[in-house]
Design a protein around this ligand. Structure first.
Ligand SMILES: [Zn+2]
Ligand SMILES: [Zn+2]
Length: 248
């Protein structure tokens, strides 16, 4: 099971960078997690559009969703030209309604699945992966997720500290967690995001096997975030790096 980081910045990218996007692949299946701005161009460095099997969007903030608008056109064109003969399953939450209502019209590209409407405990098979969603603590409806193939990835999405995420991340093979700021900015982040240290403490409590931080504000020095996450975790912390593919 391989994860490629397509974008790691929030809420805007560094020069030549992209916002949230991750490509998960196993046995020829390709699942895109998040469609932040700049992500589709980077995805096409790794797969052709017709090889995309499914998309999950954790929440509808622009840094996680903007490229759905160009992905829609890429899928429609591929179907029109006969390079593709399918709609792509798209899992997303419904809020804010204005954003959701625009995307739900893209029925010539996607089979829309609403995460909010999945029966509890929100477990579903997507592209052959066993996926479980838990609500995050964020200023929009947002989800953290466990995605299990031969290994298990847990991805935080955007969230403040959440005991349900600790449970979800328990013993994960890879925990990909947002680390949106340094401790000095904890008051600014506290309702919606994790500091790097909090992400580290959460990973430690969950007993994850491997820990990678992401969702970086461009103003920070990343090694400082890494250092604070490592202090919380008590072990090695990897930084999400764009274009980096790792075997989970
Ligand atoms: Zn974000
Ligand atoms: Zn967000």
């Amino acid at each position: 099971m391989q994860l490629t980081v397509l974008g790691c910045w929030a809420p805007y990218p560094r020069c030549s960078g992209a916002c949230s996007g991750y490509l998960l692949q196993e046995d020829g299946r390709s699942l895109l997690i998040e469609t932040g701005n700049g992500v589709i161009s980077r995805m096409l460095q790794h797969i052709d559009i017709q090889d995309l099997d499914a998309v999950i969007i954790s929440h509808l903030h622009p840094d996680h969703v903007m490229d759905i608008y160009c992905l829609r056109h890429a899928i429609e064109a591929a179907n029109r030209e006969g390079r593709m003969e399918k709609l792509v399953p798209l899992y997303l939450p419904t809020g804010p309604a204005e954003e959701f209502n625009r995307i739900k019209e893209f029925t010539k590209a996607f089979h829309i699945h609403v995460i909010d409407e999945l029966p509890e405990p929100k477990e579903v098979v997507i592209d052959g992966f066993k996926v479980k969603f838990v609500p995050g603590k964020h200023n929009l409806p947002a989800y953290s997720m466990s995605i299990e193939g031969s290994k298990r990835l847990v991805y935080s999405g955007d969230t403040a500290y959440n005991p349900e995420l600790v449970k979800l991340a328990n013993n994960a093979d890879l925990f990909l967690c947002e680390a949106s700021g340094l401790e000095k900015d904890a008051a600014y982040l506290k309702e919606n995001h994790l500091t790097a240290r909090q992400a580290g403490e959460l990973a430690k409590t969950a007993g994850v096997k491997r820990f990678m931080i992401t969702h970086f504000y461009p103003e920070y020095v990343l090694t400082e975030l890494q250092q604070q996450a490592a202090e919380g975790f008590g072990g090695p912390v990897e930084l999400a790096r764009e274009g980096y593919t790792l075997d989970i």
